[in-house]
Design a protein around this ligand. Structure first.
Ligand code: TYD
Ligand code: MG
Length: 458
């Protein structure tokens, strides 16, 4: 067989390369190229004439489409993240680390919907029917009329779903186990994943059932991750959290039928996932103790305010290259805040080991966390705790200027509601006459405030 019949596909980003290489040129990941047969040359259209197509009627933008009806899962946090329930005919991907609770969440949701009279099918390629039954018993939903199948062959799955009454909701656990004989590649490769998912999405659109796909996030890149099918589905949710902590966050990162910055908060308990409806104070560690190196961020997750404790430890380093370790925040962001503190805040932190941790296993992404991180770092370095009951938020620019964050009023309201009287935030030009709102213009102001402990007298 000619060598041109082979191509190499990156299992991390899906880029196609003609030759094998240790590193993918497109995404820079190592050891992710995998050999596949190239039946369809990538530039297949070249040199051929486009066949004549039929004309389609053009439509106007205005129409009287009704909002799509939604299927409520009965799990409020999941419904909210999905944009107010599941849209029939849509494809939803739930990604996350192995063991985080994806199967548990979906089995609980299916059980609720089945109990409400929906026809629900759970297709597992990872576990045997007996194992799923055991989990259902543990979750206390063994009596729910959910239909089970342990199957990985896409053709068999489609035939099964087409048989009998149309299902309302189908779970495919997981896309990594899907396998189709049409594709000559090993299960778990980009080609298999894409082909299997595409066939099932087409089935969902045709029949109007909801397809929920589970996708494991894989760090090694030997098996393809959910990223490679993100563009095909309507909604992408990520389930995250720290396995050492009981809290789990469901986050929408793409949603054709709703907002994308919503989160759902769950607690993993002995009998499955429990919804946490008012998570404001969950991620607080022992902030009440007022130790140096802790600052409370008045954060926002989508439309929800959330108070989160940021913990920092700054200690003189014995190493030539000091350690920088971050849990729950962005390493690059920490490096930036440290550099700004050195350059514009006059803080000598370069020779220190720096550890930064977000309490409770939450991952914080918003830039408003900059100021809270900076406050925790300066507090740890100087040994001066922030004044009691203080919340902090604001974005730090490279120039050292503190920028206001969005939804300022809402953040302050929530912090106050929970007893955080003093607020440290950016000067936004408005002169408020509330002395408990401390405006800092630059990181130098923040450093002076904490180093001099100027606030402690209040
Ligand atoms: P699982 O849903 O199997 O994870 P995933 O499908 O994302 O790989 O969750 C597995 C973990 O959840 C496992 O470590 C045990 C824990 N767990 C509980 O703590 N309580 C429960 O009721 C269940 C079913 C699982
Ligand atoms: Mg699972």
């Amino acid at each position: 067989m000619a060598r041109s019949k082979v191509r190499y596909v990156c299992q991390a980003c899906g880029a196609v390369a003609p030759r094998w290489a240790g590193r993918c040129d497109a995404c820079g990941e190592w050891n992710t190229l995998s050999e596949e047969r190239a039946d369809q040359p990538v530039s297949g259209a070249k040199g051929r004439t486009l066949p004549k197509g039929r004309t389609v009627a053009l439509q106007t933008l205005a129409g009287n489409e009704e909002a799509p009806p939604r299927i409520l899962t009965g799990i409020g946090e999941l419904d909210r993240v999905a944009g107010g329930g599941l849209v029939p005919g849509s494809a939803i991907l739930i990604g996350g680390d192995p063991g985080i609770g994806k199967s548990t969440l979906l089995l609980q949701a299916l059980a609720r919907m089945a109990q409400a009279g929906r026809r629900c099918i759970y297709v597992s390629g990872e576990e045997a029917v007996a194992q799923i039954r055991l989990r259902a018993r543990r979750l206390g939903v063994a009596e729910a009329p959910v239909l089970l199948a342990a199957e990985t062959n896409v053709s068999d799955i489609v035939s099964t779903l087409s048989e009998g009454a149309r299902p309302d909701v189908v779970v495919i656990d997981s896309i990594q186990t899907l396998w189709s004989s049409m594709i000559e590649a090993a299960p778990g490769t980009v080609s298999q994943l894409r082909a299997g998912t595409e066939i099932l999405i087409r089935h969902a659109k045709k029949t109007g059932c909801v397809m929920l796909f589970v996708g494991h996030v894989t760090k090694e890149g030997q098996i393809a991750g959910p990223r490679v099918v993100e563009h095909m589905v309507d909604t992408v949710l990520y389930f995250e959290g720290d396995r050492g902590h009981q809290y789990r966050i469901l986050r929408a990162v793409k949603n054709r039928f709703g907002p994308t910055d919503e989160i759902g908060v769950f607690e993993m308990a002995g009998r499955g996932l429990i919804e946490v409806e008012n998570p404001s104070l969950l991620f607080m560690g022992d902030a009440q103790a007022q130790s140096a190196g802790a600052a409370v961020l008045a954060g926002m997750e989508g439309a929800r305010p959330l108070l989160v404790e940021v913990q920092a430890l700054v200690a003189p380093s014995a190493l030539g290259t000091p350690r920088r370790a971050v849990v729950g925040w962005d390493t690059a962001r920490l490096a930036m805040v440290l550099a700004v503190l050195e350059t514009h805040g006059g803080v000598r932190i370069g020779g220190h080991d720096v550890y930064l941790n977000i309490a409770g296993g939450l991952k914080v992404r918003e830039p408003a966390a900059d100021l809270a991180a900076a406050a925790a770092l300066v507090s740890s370095l100087t040994g001066n705790p922030l004044p009691p009951r203080t919340a902090v938020f604001g974005e730090i620019a490279l120039s050292g200027v503190i920028r206001p964050a969005g939804q300022t009023a809402q953040r302050i309201r929530e912090a106050r509601k929970l007893g955080f009287e003093t607020i440290i935030t950016a000067a936004d030009g408005t002169a408020d006459n509330d002395p408990a709102i401390r405006r800092v213009e630059t990181v130098a102001d923040l450093v002076a405030m904490i180093a001099g402990n100027a606030l402690s007298g209040d």
